[in-house]
Design a binder for this molecule. Structure first.
Ligand SMILES: [Zn+2]
Length: 413
């Protein structure tokens, strides 16, 4: 949800423009601040940001999103396996022009992945697995050190020459694996280009999925379970494999909601119902909505405002009506995906926590600028869960702390 002031919105952010009475009520009845979800030195990926939000230090446990997403697809990794996210992308005249092959459908993609399996799985070092839409998986076996392989996310290099942004490594240990990756990417074009699926897509004016793009490689992670860490039962609701994978490795209950798509047409009401139901058996429920991030990647400011309003009315409105007091709730984005940038940034995100035991701090609205006046100030990555869980305890009504360390401008990149 978080963004920058946009000229097309009269220099206001989508959060400032959106009509979102429910999100604002959490800010107005609670306390506010800015949360740095992306530690220095790490990429502003959703894996890093969401682990931070859940109180896990991404520096210590961040395994690379490929491994997390693979878990959600039932792919179990062995020691020395590396799972990569493997997008179907569109290549044109040696340039990467679409990170999602025109949001190719799961049905079409499955056939393309099957051809890749046939063409490349002869040496046993490499394996393909199909996932959803353009999001698939490539697993390399017998690679000693996942961290030394540098891959760029395809959505960050749209318009780049393919050969300039291929995977690389500085380590001898992974030189062979990287050579195999580069070769497979370049050769995938000859397997995919004239596939009947792509011929049909071109005919109907759609981008073909004519190349693969592995990225986000990670080995099998080891994380403390949510129960061990907090002594509480936790559940995760999301349409997105990455978030489900975090749920699997932290051994939270992963709840699949029918019609949850990770896109604009997601089942907001279903997520609210599932959250209310999950709270009957769990202490903490983490509900994730992907749609505003997609609008950010597509640089569609009106769509972003709309997704915030949908989330407010159709998910949060229903949730707040159904929740039984006393409860504590936090609302926040994992990371900004600002419209002018079209990808993730590392700016701190606004957050609000409302609990019957917390005195409000006077902030009235939920947005990037109002949050700077909140009583929490600027807090570090892993503080959100401890603030949220301690807000559930009595005796905090008096003396809302004063803001501290609030930056005068967002220090993004
Ligand atoms: Zn994103």
């Amino acid at each position: 949800m978080a963004d920058y002031p946009l000229p097309e919105l009269d220099n206001r952010t989508p959060l400032q423009v959106a009509h979102k009475p429910n999100i604002d009520s959490i800010a107005a009845k609670g306390r506010n601040g800015l949360l740095k979800t992306v530690p220095n030195g790490l990429n502003p990926g959703s894996d890093t940001a969401i682990l931070s939000v859940l109180g896990y230090e991404p520096q210590k446990c961040c395994p690379g999103r490929g491994a997390l997403e693979a878990a959600a697809r039932g792919i179990r990794l062995k020691k020395h396996d590396i799972a990569f996210r493997c997008n179907l992308i569109t290549e044109e005249n040696s340039f990467l022009i679409d990170y999602s092959a025109g949001h190719i459908t799961t049905k079409e993609a499955e056939k393309l992945i099957a051809s890749l399996k046939e063409a490349f799985e002869k040496p046993t070092e490499i394996e393909f697995f199909s996932g959803l839409d353009y999001r698939h998986f490539l697993v390399l076996h017998n690679v000693p050190n996942a961290n030394s392989i540098e891959c760029v996310p395809p959505h960050d290099v749209i318009g780049s020459k393919i050969t300039a942004v291929l995977p690389k490594t500085k380590s001898e240990e992974t030189a062979k694996a990287v050579a195999l990756l580069r070769k497979t990417i370049l050769e995938s074009k000859s397997v995919l280009s004239d596939h009947p699926i792509n011929i049909a897509r071109r005919k109907s004016g759609k981008h073909p999925g004519n190349m693969i793009w592995p990225w986000g490689g990670g080995g099998r992670p080891s994380m403390q379970s949510f129960m061990n860490k907090y002594g509480l039962k936790g559940a995760v609701i999301s349409a997105v494999d990455l978030v489900k994978g975090i749920g699997i490795y932290t051994r939270m209950k992963v709840i699949n909601v029918p019609g949850a798509t990770g896109m604009y047409d997601t089942n907001y009401e279903g997520k609210a119902e599932a959250a209310l139901k999950a709270l009957e058996e769990n202490d903490v429920v983490f509900v994730h909505v992907e749609a505003p991030d997609e609008a950010g990647h597509e640089k569609d400011h009106l769509k972003k405002v709309e997704t915030i309003e949908d989330l407010d009315k159709r998910l949060l409105g229903k949730l707040l009506t159904g929740l039984k007091e006393p409860y504590a709730i936090a609302v926040l984005p994992d990371h900004p995906t600002p419209i002018p940038v079209g990808t993730h940034t590392r700016d701190p995100v606004p957050f609000a926590i409302r609990s019957p035991f917390l005195a409000p701090d006077g902030v009235q609205k939920f947005d990037e600028f109002s949050a700077r006046n909140g009583s929490y100030g600027l807090v570090e990555q892993d503080s959100l869960m401890s603030l949220l869980l301690s807000s559930g305890k009595q005796g905090q009504k008096e003396g809302a702390p004063k803001p501290k360390n609030v930056p005068t401008r967002q220090g993004g990149q």
